[in-house]
Design a binder for this molecule. Structure first.
Ligand SMILES: [Zn+2]
Ligand SMILES: [Zn+2]
Length: 721
């Protein structure tokens, strides 16, 4: 038999290999082959009795790894569709849909996680005497409160294995394997539903076949409760459910809450897990040992014996789009899977994407609305602070400072939102004007004062913080613009009697640090939270009544066509943090342009109205969702080579009345990590026309490339950076 193998290479074709068996293995089974002298794992994607190659040229399949397909029929069809739609090699698409451990290892181990535990019957002081080395003592100390997984031990005590070997010989500790997720005890309390929530749920329950819903509910309206009830219904029928959440939204508390509420076996899948933890979840779901999987983007490839529902929380979130390699959108692939499987899917958001709103108005999505805040809380009041008439220091206006003091004195909590980490945006010499730039990206370096460094936020380059100007040796260096670090310092000086908790990627570096920081806020005592968008989503602070937004003006002027949509969504999310319980909330937005139409619309707290405004702009400019778009991105250290490639690529694109091509133009970040970057934007009012044109056009691109030039194609790009 001749097998057609999909290999994880950028080459978009199948490869023929000879298989010494009587019949072809099933589609989607893994095989080990030799590809250009390298061993590689590929997937069976077809078979035939004959080959165009001579028998001599045809290599043998070295090993059949799986006897069965790794993909259920509907996921296989979804992935074949994805390879065509995103114009990406099938081998890479299939490979991306598997946990990385299964892409590399040839035979996957029996799923399970090993735990280490102290042997029963001895008390801990006796155990401590048994320790012959300090590492052994440390291991015993760690295990005193219960079993820990090998993964947790790797993080807590890197030298634990040697200590474990010695202690295990003396029967002080034992190892055991857990191969399934046990459901927690049933928690009977659940909030009652209001009329709108009940109506939404009834609609969802009324149909068991494919139907896509857009659950459009303002922050605090209880979308999660609707998801949970819908999931519960599916579990009662003996089916399973998949819940996708954005990157930042997934905390252990969220998972624990859902696990207890559903009393179900819940698996978790996100990028912070180890390869083996991800594989365990994937395998367990497939084997029917899980009722629900909660996960970020890549969990969309999880399989279940009888999947009954898919829920996508915060469907507008940009993290659902994979930005490199196989650039898929998890929401769009989830819709495809639900359709092929014939099951309902719920997209939920307080600020739906313009794409989904348009689909709702075209009846491709059934719109369900939640307009009431649960628990009778009212929406926060928004106020704009005009920075042209207010003095400010370290990014904070006098007015904001007064309001913060009043809230703290009243025993309430405050959130200061600034979506930029570091101390200052840039350093500037006051005598000669010199500004230190990243040598690789040509962007101003961000000042990180605590770390005594100047850092590039685009490529990670860093250098020590100057004490004198490298150009004129003056010591008058000014830090310009305030990041979260500086705002925290400034607040600490002014509000010394209250705790200040900062949450951003610099302050929260280790696993568990976010939980610790949130726990400090959770007790409700007055305090100030300072943070970036890490704070904007999903966290509930019942005692938070005041939100101050600093430095959002940049989002009003970005060249990225989605920037204003993102800014509005972010501001709605942040505002939604205020006044979630019985206390009314207030939001102060500092701006140099309070008369800007978007900020004026924000005032009214009516997302539908803002969306219509943005929609109108997109229609005028013929941008998504009013056109299909794709982007060719390229980068090279050699700017002439880059320009030449882009010009040639453009010349080959069949521009017509229905097909447009913009560019080549420099990317929003024209240089990154030493490479010049440029892009072509391709659009058409008809998606099919665009995709067909790209399909033939892209086959000509490999011939145009040269050494040190890298390009990629992005279908439905999420940003123009
Ligand atoms: Zn100078
Ligand atoms: Zn850089």
């Amino acid at each position: 038999v001749i097998l057609h193998i999909a290999l994880p290479t950028p080459l978009d074709r199948l490869f023929e290999y000879r298989f010494d068996g009587l019949e072809a293995p099933p589609l989607g089974a893994r095989v080990r082959v030799n590809f250009s002298g390298r061993p590689m794992l590929g997937f069976v994607a077809g078979s035939s009795a004959e080959s165009l190659l001579t028998n001599k040229k045809l290599k043998r399949i070295e090993e059949l790894v799986d006897a069965r397909s790794l993909f259920q029929a509907e996921l296989w069809q979804t992935l074949e569709f994805a390879a065509r739609y995103y114009q990406h090699s099938l081998g890479e698409v299939l490979s991306q849909a598997l946990p990385s451990a299964m892409r590399q290892r040839e035979r996957s181990r029996e799923p399970g996680i090993d735990y280490i535990v102290l042997s029963a019957a001895t008390d801990s002081s006796a155990l401590h005497r048994a320790a012959k080395t300090s590492a052994q003592g440390a291991l015993i100390e760690l295990l005193r409160f219960g079993a820990l997984s090998t993964i947790q031990l790797d993080a807590a005590l890197p030298a634990w294995r040697a200590a474990y070997q010695q202690l295990a010989k003396r029967h002080v500790v034992e190892r055991f394997r857990v191969s399934q997720f046990d459901p927690p005890p049933i928690n009977h309390s659940r909030p009652s539903l209001n009329v709108e929530q009940q109506a939404a749920l009834n609609t969802i329950h009324s149909k068991a076949r494919y139907q896509a819903y857009l659950l459009f509910g303002i922050t605090g309206s209880g979308k999660t409760e609707v998801y949970l009830r819908a999931i519960q219904q599916v579990l009662e029928k003996g089916q399973q459910a998949l819940l996708l959440v954005p990157e930042i939204g997934l905390t252990p508390q969220t998972v624990q809450r859902i696990r207890e509420r559903l009393a179900a076996r819940v698996g978790v899948m996100h990028s912070n897990l180890s390869d083996s933890e991800r594989e365990l979840c994937w395998q367990s779901a497939l084997a029917g040992r899980l009722d629900v999987v909660i996960g970020t983007r890549s969990a969309v490839f999880c399989q279940f014996p009888d999947l009954g529902l898919i829920v996508i929380d915060e469907e507008h979130d940009a993290s659902y789009k994979q930005m490199e390699g196989f650039r898929y959108h998890a929401r769009d692939l989830a819709l495809k899977r639900a359709h092929l499987r014939g099951i309902p899917i719920i997209l939920g958001s307080a600020t739906p994407s313009l794409e989904s709103l348009r689909n709702a108005s075209a009846n491709r999505l059934h719109l369900l609305t939640l307009s009431q805040r649960a628990r009778a809380a009212s929406l926060p009041r928004i106020e704009l602070i005009d920075l042209r008439t207010q003095s400010q220091q370290d990014g904070l206006s006098l007015r904001a400072e007064q309001e913060i003091r009043a809230a703290l004195s009243a025993g309430e909590q405050v959130l200061v939102f600034r979506n930029r980490r570091g101390f200052a945006q840039q350093l500037q010499c006051e005598s000669c004007g010199f500004v230190p730039h990243c040598p690789r990206c040509e962007q101003a370096l961000t000042v990180h004062r605590k770390a005594h460094a100047l850092k590039c936020h685009y490529c990670g380059y860093q250098q020590p913080l100057h004490s004198a100007c490298p150009s004129c040796h003056s010591e008058q260096l000014a830090a310009i613009g305030a990041g979260t670090e500086r705002i925290q310092d400034a607040l600490a000086q002014r509000f010394a009697e209250w705790p200040i908790v900062r949450i951003d990627r610099d302050a929260i570096r280790s696993k568990g640090a976010l939980e610790k920081a949130l726990a400090r806020v959770g007790d409700g005592a007055p305090c100030i939270l300072v943070g970036t968008q890490m704070l904007a989503k999903g966290h509930d602070f019942p005692k938070l009544t005041l939100v101050v937004v600093i430095g959002c003006d940049a989002g009003l002027h970005s060249l990225d066509f989605r920037a204003s949509e993102r800014l509005v969504q972010l501001l709605f999310q942040v505002s939604g943090r205020a006044g979630r319980a019985e206390r009314p909330g207030r939001v102060l937005i500092q701006s140099h342009q309070p008369e800007h139409p978007l900020l004026q619309l924000l005032f009214k707290q009516n997302y539908t109205e803002i969306a219509q405004h943005l929609m109108h702009e997109r229609e005028q400019t013929k941008l998504p969702p009013f056109a299909a778009a794709a982007m060719l991105r390229a980068e090279s250290a050699d700017v002439l080579r880059l320009q030449e490639f882009m010009q040639q690529a453009r010349a080959l694109f069949p521009v017509s009345q229905t097909l447009e091509c913009f560019g080549p133009m420099p990317a929003l970040l024209p240089k990154r990590a030493g490479k010049h970057r440029a892009q072509l934007v391709l659009t058409s009012a008809e998606r099919g026309t665009l995709h067909q044109a790209i399909k033939s056009w892209r086959t000509a691109l490999p011939a145009l490339t040269r050494a040190d030039l890298h390009y990629s194609l992005d279908i439905d790009p999420m940003d123009f950076s």
